[in-house]
Design a binder for this molecule. Structure first.
Ligand code: MYA
Length: 665
């Protein structure tokens, strides 16, 4: 029997065998149980079981399991092998585990950088406590003069601009820690500085030529000029590649004529330097065919033909300026092309990818700030003879807030350290951090208001402003819905390529057999041997097992979706949302395990508390993964999705709610 099983791939061809696994996986539980028996005593003799296990242990999809050395702060973990892509999130779509950028909890700060950062954090926090007035800024619709002067003096407009160009030359981790302070005190000011640096001048930092940098960065770093990032247009929001602004090259090739309008541009009314994305028609001299790829340009307001609309009236971040920007026949010198002709979409996406880490740390700062208010209130306010903090309903809220903060901080600093150590592929991790942080901060702040009760609803408490400020973070820099699709589709595309490689027999016979064996085990729910042992602290091994199990389930679900829907899966947004939710939860569990492992290994005073945060988070998150994946791959899920589609179609057809009013009129 066991011999027959090993020969199956050769009889059926690999594609057929994968299909067989898929069919078995979708079979009733009784059939699955029978397959599980293959590895059990009844059908698989002991020696064969041993062979199977040994062969799995040798297979290259397993991480080596370096022995865990409790910490003296030096070598706690050893480095695992090199995966095809370094991205943890991308790899889980194939059911692979590559956690070397997450374990041990990365820090890319040199001692010197740590010292200078410590010297900056305290004064910046004090400045925001003593000088800046967030409520006054909101009322004013801009930053108060003394705050602005102070920010410029501290170098806050050029945090990452190289020192030789007048900036502070900070690393991503240092930047993240400082914007955390902004996030704690004033998100509106954070947006002005963030739109200026995280995206406005980021194109110059990432893609600028030396002369572009020398021309623009010093004045931007001094805060003499604000920068803005101009991508969005009236008919081009989430679908960024559909933009219509045009930049036509002059016959002499020395300048481009830029025309078009951009919408909802942060700093749009106050900036003097713009990173603008526009179509650049190019005629192929041999075929005569005209193409219009997107290119990026650095545009000065002073070029003429640049105008801005009035400041938008917004729900939150009111001290920041948001406005339309119009370009009317602006003559842009050819040397202001940024990143090469036709490279604009890549430039736009890379800027966004690279800026997202700041959002996670800023919002962690916001959460830390408001959480303190809820805790103090819960501890001091008495009702029914006891403090609020003694009631389970409040305890659950506080615990959830603490977990969300803990995970967000872990994500933010894993990501910034990964950027600093030049990890090649971090875009899915960056998108997840943005999604997670913006939703966590919203949920925490909303619950803080709930704990504070009526007091939380009052303006003077200062939390309602934070909630209003936060709302846009789930919308801008890529809506969370679009980013979820982006995460799911990019990951699935990666898995599809691997599956195609398998089907085209790109693997050698031995590797193929192992791969098929792994899939067979995964299909019937036998752990495939993924392990975080040796990387997580021993006290967290149970939680780590939940992560590896979740990765097995996830890899299996992705393959099922691919085999069931083929390339049509790209249009299955009900499914893709659940795939993205699972990826987010798995990444969140993993960074949390890393953070808590480090604290435990260092024996820090908060270690047992962090262990609790981590274990509780992993328990709940792993359950959510199971639920999401079940919905994405089961017929019950399909029924729900079909019903939701019908409900939505009816609403759209009716132009609003369809159900009759309960009173009948
Ligand atoms: S700025 C405006 C934000 N707008 C958006 O984010 C637009 C969202 N849309 C998109 O991102 C794209 O259109 C999507 C792709 C993702 C939907 N990284 O065929 P495709 C490659 C690298 O999938 P589409 C704002 O709000 C892809 O691999 N590459 O494209 C400011 C492919 O390459 P290839 C990527 O279906 C607010 C090619 O592109 C990425 O058209 C102010 C085409 O791909 C990517 N991400 O759409 C905020 N995506 O051809 C202030 C795609 O080689 C900041 N590709 O296979 C504040 C900061 C906070 C700090 C402080 C606060 C206190």
């Amino acid at each position: 029997m066991s011999h027959c099983l090993w020969s199956l791939p050769h009889w059926l061809g690999q594609k057929g065998f994968l299909w067989l696994l898929h069919v078995v996986g979708s079979a009733p539980p009784a059939a699955k149980r029978m397959l599980r028996l293959i590895q059990s005593r009844v059908m698989l003799p002991g020696w064969r079981r041993e062979c199977w296990t040994k062969s799995l242990a040798k297979a290259d999809f397993r991480l080596p399991t370096p022995s865990y050395v409790p910490a003296d702060g030096s070598t706690k973990y050893s480095a695992p092998s090199e995966p095809a892509t370094p991205s943890f999130v991308t790899n889980i779509f194939c059911g692979h585990l590559s956690a070397e950028n997450i374990f041990p909890f990365p820090s890319a700060l040199s001692q010197e950088q740590e010292q200078s950062l410590k010297a900056m954090v305290g004064p910046l926090a004090r400045f925001f406590e003593e000088v800046n007035d967030a409520a006054a800024n909101e009322e004013l619709g801009s930053i108060e003069e003394d705050t602005l002067a102070g920010l410029k003096k501290m170098g806050c407009f050029g945090l990452q601009v190289p020192e030789q160009l007048g900036g502070l030359g900070l690393s991503n981790t240092q930047y993240a820690r400082l914007v955390e302070v902004l996030g704690t005190h004033d998100l509106g000011v954070g947006i002005i500085l963030g739109a200026h640096q995280s995206i406005g001048l980021k194109g110059l930092l990432l893609f600028g030529t030396q002369s572009q940098k020398e021309k623009y960065l010093p004045r931007l770093a001094r805060g003499e000029n604000y920068a803005a990032y101009c991508l969005t247009e009236a008919s081009s929001g989430s679908n960024a590649a559909s933009l219509q602004t045009v930049a036509e090259c002059s016959p002499c090739g020395s300048f481009y004529t830029l025309s078009g309008s951009k919408m909802w541009i942060s700093n749009g009314g106050t900036a003097d330097i713009f990173t603008v994305f526009a179509r650049t028609p190019i005629k192929d001299v041999t075929t005569g065919e005209v193409k219009d790829p997107i290119s990026a340009f650095v545009v000065e307001r002073g070029f003429g033909g640049v105008s801005s609309g009035p400041p938008e009236k917004k729900m939150g971040i009111r001290c920041s300026n948001t406005a339309e920007v119009h370009f009317d026949g602006v003559k842009v010198p050819a040397e202001n092309l940024l990143g090469g002709l036709g490279q604009g979409f890549k430039v736009a996406m890379d800027i966004l990818n690279n800026g997202r880490f700041g959002m996670a740390s800023a919002l962690a700062g916001t959460m830390r700030g408001v959480l303190g208010k809820a805790v103090q209130h819960a501890a001091n306010r008495k009702q029914f003879g006891s403090s609020l903090a003694s009631f389970g309903a409040i305890q659950e809220k506080l615990a959830r807030m603490a977990m969300l903060l803990y995970v967000t901080e872990a994500m933010a600093y894993v990501l910034s350290a990964n950027l600093d150590s030049k990890v090649a592929n971090y875009k899915l991790e960056a998108a997840i951090s943005k999604i997670f942080a913006s939703e966590a901060a919203w949920s925490v702040t909303d619950e803080v208001i709930q704990v504070l009760g009526a007091m939380g609803y009052m303006k003077d408490t200062g939390v309602e402003r934070v909630l209003r400020d936060l709302r846009v973070f789930r919308i801008f820099e890529g809506t969370n819905d679009i980013l979820r699709l982006y995460v799911a589709l990019t990951g699935i595309e990666h898995a599809e390529k691997e599956l195609q490689g398998l089907q085209k027999l790109r693997l050698g016979p031995e590797a193929l057999c192992k791969e098929v064996g792994r899939r067979a085990m995964r299909k019937v729910g036998i752990p495939t041997g993924l392990t975080l042992q040796g990387m997580v602290h021993p006290e967290l091994e149970e939680s780590a097992a939940l992560v590896t199990k979740a990765i097995d389930l996830f890899g299996e679900a992705i393959e099922t979706l691919l085999l069931t829907h083929g390339s049509a899966v790209a249009d299955k947004q009900f499914h893709l949302k659940r795939v993205a939710d699972s990826a987010i939860d798995i990444y969140a569990m993993t960074v949390t395990l890393s953070r808590a492992s480090r604290t435990l290994s260092l024996g820090q005073p908060t270690a047992q508390h962090e262990k609790l945060l981590c274990q509780t988070w992993c328990r709940e998150a792993s359950q959510r993964v199971r639920t999401s994946l079940r919905e994405a791959t089961s017929s019950k899920g399909e029924e729900s999705f079909a019903s939701m589609k019908l409900i939505s179609d009816a609403l759209v057809k009716n132009g609003g709610a369809v159900a009759a009013h309960p009173l009948g009129f």
